[in-house]
Design a protein around this ligand. Structure first.
Ligand SMILES: *[C@@H]1O[C@H](CO)[C@@H](O)[C@H](O)[C@H]1NC(C)=O
Ligand SMILES: *[C@@H]1O[C@H](CO)[C@@H](O)[C@H](O)[C@H]1NC(C)=O
Ligand SMILES: *[C@@H]1O[C@H](CO)[C@@H](O)[C@H](O)[C@H]1NC(C)=O
Ligand SMILES: *[C@@H]1O[C@H](CO)[C@@H](O)[C@H](O)[C@H]1NC(C)=O
Ligand SMILES: *[C@@H]1O[C@H](CO)[C@@H](O)[C@H](O)[C@H]1NC(C)=O
Length: 614
């Protein structure tokens, strides 16, 4: 009982939402206009539309499929039962206007864009690899219109050059009508008459358009009607009894009865022509039952006819409702979809599958555009850009737990983005920095500097007593203070000059001179200045007098040997222990006295005292 009640309310709802009758729908600028029996019964303004310029009708799901041309070309559906608009396909094709047609049997969309004819399946079971459709039939000439034969399983298209068809998988392509004309604009197909219909214009000066028909195989071409004084027959549609077209210059929809003889066209509706001429397209309410009645080859299509008579018990409002998801009926009797992963939208019609990358969640925004919510580590419209891209300057990037990029820097680099080199500010005084294998900074110094960071001037502490400067090749050079010499001014003229504690200083001519202690004199304080006072007092003075005292004669220089005995260094003119023998005599004298004991120190002192005192 409960079940029956629910179904009953659903049927009521379905009956209710078929709120307006229509036989022709027209795309007109930003809106769809529905006409019935000579009057406008419904206007649907598509909020995001820029210019709707192709319509087709899906008699299974009671929806109008249309192309909204704006910055992208978008394929939408308008559900006549629910009055809901849904976005189906996005693609940035070329802007040339295109047509969309539909095969209810496989739920496949076909449309024409720059490169040819594309297809995309709205069937939940289909695996659409290309989110925005796949190129089915490449074309050299622009196809101005398409038509699907859902019973014979063909797609037809017209160009100015010819009329062709191919299987719905793109195979068995064949030319049906092979004469070229100035222009072919519209194409329609009718299962009932087993004919294709099209319009053509033969030359630019020809002020009329022809409505033609032929069998599905292109045979028995017949001119059905000549539209005089109007060259722009934009769009053709057929129903059980009539052929309809939109006439731009005459501003309306015309009807030609299929059966009446002679064929006579009548103007059905007048339309405003504010919309762009070529984009006022029409589709007709041609029910599946009417299309397929008595046509043997149409079993598959016929099988899709909703079982209206039994609908109170068998047709669920959920049937055909969700594109890619499970349908359930809400407490208010509305169908509700729970979408398969990768799909979204009220009817799971938005194929986010493969659109958002790297595990991002796809959803629809208010303008029916797909929006990706990226997983951590990715950004960009489709989450296709790693946040690591170009992030680390000198290092590897990884995504941290908080979703932020994190750099692990190569040796010698640091900073959040490895943007700081260890070389930065490392070498001083214009030294050139490079990193070694371990990432350590190494300096190559300019001339005049040394040290790990070129921080040490090579002049520093170089000149001991003088100013330092660099020579032509960058080596240090000293200019010494007065009194100093040597490469590093390390040599003082006073150096070891004064003996016996004498203090050295430089005179005005920079010559060293000694100031001796009281005990010495002589130029270098080499002479003992000891005065033997005891000697003056008649004493021998033994033991108190320097052994050198007045020991060497004739300017001989006296020094004490290891035994504290005086030893003389004579000038060139004298010889002998005390330099007392003129050099020229030394040979003989020394020889003659060689056996005589030398004068001892005490003898010398005694003799000196004696001579002084006496
Ligand atoms: C579509 O056409 C059929 C047959 O002519 C008609 O019964 C039906 O009411 C029409 N649908 C609408 C919504 O007007
Ligand atoms: C050719 O088409 C015309 C007009 O539709 C029709 O009257 C005629 O029977 C057709 N002939 C053949 C052989 O199909
Ligand atoms: C309508 O009913 C027939 C026979 O019961 C069945 O074969 C067909 O699939 C049904 N069609 C739909 C659309 O449910
Ligand atoms: C960066 O990655 C490469 C390749 O995985 C690896 O060889 C290298 O050692 C890594 N460097 C750092 C600094 O982690
Ligand atoms: C060393 O430099 C100082 C300061 O420039 C200068 O006054 C002095 O004359 C210089 N001395 C020598 C030996 O060049």
């Amino acid at each position: 009982m409960q079940c029956k009640f629910i179904f009953a309310s659903i049927v009521l709802l379905v009956g209710h939402v078929h709120s307006f009758p229509w036989d022709i729908v027209v795309s007109s600028g930003k809106q769809l206009e529905f006409y019935f029996s000579g009057t406008l019964t419904h206007t649907e303004i598509i909020p995001s539309a820029h210019e709707i310029h192709s319509v087709t009708y899906d008699p299974v799901q009671y929806r109008v499929l249309f192309v909204n041309r704006n910055t992208d070309n978008l394929i939408y559906s308008f559900d006549i039962s629910t009055k809901k608009t849904q976005h189906l396909i996005t693609r940035t094709w070329d802007r040339h206007y295109l047509r969309v047609v539909y095969d209810p049997v496989t739920q496949a969309l076909y449309w024409r864009a720059g490169g040819g004819i594309y297809t995309y399946s709205l069937n939940p079971a289909a695996s659409n690899k290309e989110v925005d459709g796949k190129l089915l039939i490449p074309l050299d000439h622009i196809a101005m219109d398409l038509a699907v034969d859902s019973c014979g399983r063909y797609i037809y298209w017209i160009t100015d050059k010819n009329i062709e068809r191919a299987r719905l998988d793109g195979s068995e392509r064949e030319v049906l009508i092979d004469y070229a004309v100035y222009e072919r604009r519209s194409l329609a197909i009718d299962q009932k008459t087993q004919k294709i219909y099209w319009t053509e214009r033969h030359s630019i000066s020809d002020n009329q358009a022809y409505i033609e028909s032929a069998n599905f195989n292109g045979k028995n071409r017949t001119t059905l009607y000549i539209v005089r004084d109007d060259t722009m027959v934009n769009s053709l549609a057929v129903t059980k009894d009539a052929i309809y077209w939109h006439n731009y210059y005459q501003g309306g929809i015309w009807q030609l009865s299929k059966n009446q003889k002679p064929l006579q066209a009548t103007k059905l509706y007048s339309l405003s022509t504010t919309a762009c001429g070529a984009c006022q397209q029409i589709a007709a309410n041609y029910t599946l039952k009417e299309q397929t009645e008595g046509i043997k080859s149409c079993d598959a299509l016929r099988g899709l006819i909703p079982n209206d008579s039994k609908s109170t018990s068998t047709v669920s409002i959920c049937q055909y409702y969700c594109f890619q998801g499970e349908c359930s009926v809400s407490a208010e009797g509305r169908p509700t979809c729970s979408c398969k992963a990768g799909y979204s939208g009220e009817r799971c019609e938005v194929n986010c599958h493969d659109y958002c990358l790297h595990g991002a969640v796809c959803s629809l925004n208010e303008e029916n555009k797909r929006v990706c919510q990226c997983t951590s580590g990715y950004e960009g419209d489709r989450c296709d850009v790693s946040i690591c891209k170009d992030y680390c300057f000198q290092g590897n990037c990884s995504v941290a737990a908080e979703g932020q990029p994190k750099c692990s820097c190569e040796p010698g680099h640091s900073g959040k983005r490895c943007e700081v080199s260890a070389c930065k500010n490392h070498c001083l005084n214009n030294g050139v920095c490079s990193l070694n294998e371990d990432g350590e900074p190494v300096c190559e110094c300019t001339s005049g500097y040394e040290g790990e960071r070129c921080d040490v001037s090579i002049c520093k502490d170089y000149c001991l007593q003088g100013n330092c400067s660099l020579d032509a090749v960058g080596l240090p050079k000293c200019s010494c203070l007065i009194g100093y010499s040597g490469v590093r001014c390390e040599v003082n003229a006073c150096h070891e000059y004064c003996l016996n504690g004498g203090v050295c200083s430089l005179n005005e001519e920079d010559e060293p001179s000694c100031q001796c202690t009281a005990d010495y004199d002589g130029v270098r304080c080499e002479v003992s200045a000891y005065k033997d006072n005891s000697c003056e007092a008649g004493s021998t003075g033994e033991g108190k007098v320097s052994a050198c005292h007045q020991f060497c004669l004739n300017d001989g220089v006296c020094s004490l040997n290891e035994a504290s005995e005086p030893v003389c260094q004579c000038t060139a003119d004298y010889a002998g222990d005390r330099c007392d023998i003129p050099a020229f005599m030394a040979k003989w004298v020394l020889h003659a006295y060689k056996d005589v004991a030398p004068v001892t120190r005490s003898d010398a002192v005694k003799s000196t005292c004696a001579s002084t005192v006496v």
